[in-house]
Design a protein around this ligand. Structure first.
Ligand SMILES: *[C@@H]1O[C@H](CO)[C@@H](O)[C@H](O)[C@H]1NC(C)=O
Ligand SMILES: *[C@@H]1O[C@H](CO)[C@@H](O)[C@H](O)[C@H]1NC(C)=O
Ligand SMILES: *[C@@H]1O[C@H](CO)[C@@H](O)[C@H](O)[C@H]1NC(C)=O
Ligand SMILES: *[C@@H]1O[C@H](CO)[C@@H](O)[C@H](O)[C@H]1NC(C)=O
Length: 367
């Protein structure tokens, strides 16, 4: 995920934690609470602006929807970096669960989520001082081990993990397939006028994906988008990639379960056939059907892959087989992280009071 840049400490919870809203702000807060439902929908449906939501509750101002069963998940650093938010989880069909970035709720919260990226920036000094025994601290990280540092002094601190790995306590995938209630009878592919696209921002000659690209481009044209290369149509990945038959969904590093928005959004949402370079094929097949993608490892070398792609380009029926699974499944790209935060409530309800401590975080994550 191209995570949004974190905001400065000033714009994060610091103000919210130590200064209760002034009287002048209160009517604004009240107005915001009444429109939370609407905003909830707005957040769920709008990926881009989901963080526009502002609604810091005072401790004595519970939202009307709160009941004795309501669980509170506090997000310690707002990952959207645009000020506080509060949010009901019912748009994800998770009831009696609220998210907040208001640190006034620190002692009441059933769980607190800490984003590793921000933990790196703010360091341990910024963690809460008191910690109720039954409160879960959740370590969240969506980057791969290659791009994660500073794990060694976090042992014994967290109760749960929340990552793209399926064996996390809270599984937070970049996307997933949802079985359709009724199979789709027919669908139309976007008009495809070009062959292979790749969108890449972090260009590093020593990455496997760049080495593979250099080989592959000898045998067929590849349009590369991103910084200092082609610019995206209307600054929109999906709009741009939709015109292509294939998309290079190459991960920046190869790790178990590390399958990112490069597959889910860039390729699947654009209805381009993904050519993946990441964990082995069997790992992809835990998440998506075997005929939904082409794996670089399926070919002995990039030339052989190029020959196959040119063959599919000329053979419409064979190409369309890569879309057969679409009749059964819908692609869901996680709208920011909101849905994952909400899932913390499900996990709390599932495991009950059972305690857990992540004793050796780096051993687990880097394994
Ligand atoms: C919502 O959740 C309930 C209980 O967990 C389940 O029975 C129901 O099928 C879900 N509805 C949808 C639309 O997913
Ligand atoms: C871990 O320890 C190192 C060295 O003491 C320190 O510089 C770093 O900030 C610590 N990490 C966190 C997340 O506090
Ligand atoms: C490129 O990747 C290598 C190996 O992963 C890493 O050591 C190096 O720091 C990276 N270079 C840049 C400029 O990011
Ligand atoms: C969470 O972890 C802390 C610190 O490791 C521990 O003291 C506490 O008992 C754990 N709580 C639960 C509910 O697992």
């Amino acid at each position: 995920m191209e995570a949004p840049e974190p905001a400065s400490e000033e714009s994060l919870g610091r103000r919210a934690l130590w200064k209760a809203p002034s009287g002048r702000q209160r009517p604004v807060l009240a107005a915001c609470l009444t429109c939370c439902t609407l905003l909830g929908w707005y957040m769920a449906s709008s990926v881009k602006d989901s963080a526009a939501l502002k609604g810091q509750w005072r401790e004595d101002e519970e939202p009307e929807t709160t009941t004795a069963e309501t669980l509170t998940v506090l997000v310690w650093w707002d990952p959207f970096g645009r000020g506080g938010f509060s949010y009901d989880c019912w748009p994800f069909n998770i009831s009696a669960c609220r998210l907040s970035t208001s640190r006034l709720l620190q002692r009441k919260a059933h769980a607190i989520v800490f984003h590793h990226r921000d933990l790196q920036i703010h360091r341990l000094a910024w963690l809460p001082q008191q910690r109720p025994a039954d409160q879960r601290w959740v370590w969240m990280n969506l980057e791969s081990p290659t791009h994660t540092t500073g794990l060694y002094n976090l042992s014994g601190l967290f109760n749960w993990t929340m990552t793209y790995r399926m064996d996390s306590d809270v599984f937070a995938p970049y996307g997933y397939l949802k079985l359709r209630p009724q199979p789709l009878v027919k669908f139309t592919l976007p008009k495809k006028t070009k062959l292979v696209a790749w969108v890449v921002s972090n260009w590093n000659e020593s990455h496997a994906r760049v080495r593979y690209y250099h080989q592959l481009k000898k045998y067929l044209p590849i349009d590369v988008y991103g910084s200092r290369r082609l610019s995206l149509k209307d600054n929109n990945v999906v709009k741009t990639v939709s015109e292509y038959k294939f998309y290079l969904a190459f991960e920046n590093s190869q790790h178990h379960d590390y399958i990112t928005e490069k597959l889910w959004r860039n390729a699947f949402e654009s209805w381009a056939v993904p050519i993946v370079l990441g964990p082995p094929r069997a790992n992809y097949e835990r998440f998506i059907p075997s005929d939904a993608f082409i794996h670089a490892n399926d070919f002995s070398d990039p030339m052989e892959l190029a020959i196959y792609l040119k063959f599919l380009d000329k053979n419409k029926n064979m190409y369309q087989r890569y879309f057969a699974w679409r009749k059964q499944y819908d692609v869901k790209v996680s709208p920011f992280l909101t849905e994952h935060f909400c899932k913390v409530c499900n996990v709390i309800r599932k495991v009950g009071k059972q305690p857990k401590i992540i004793q050796d975080l780096s051993k687990w994550f880097e394994n």
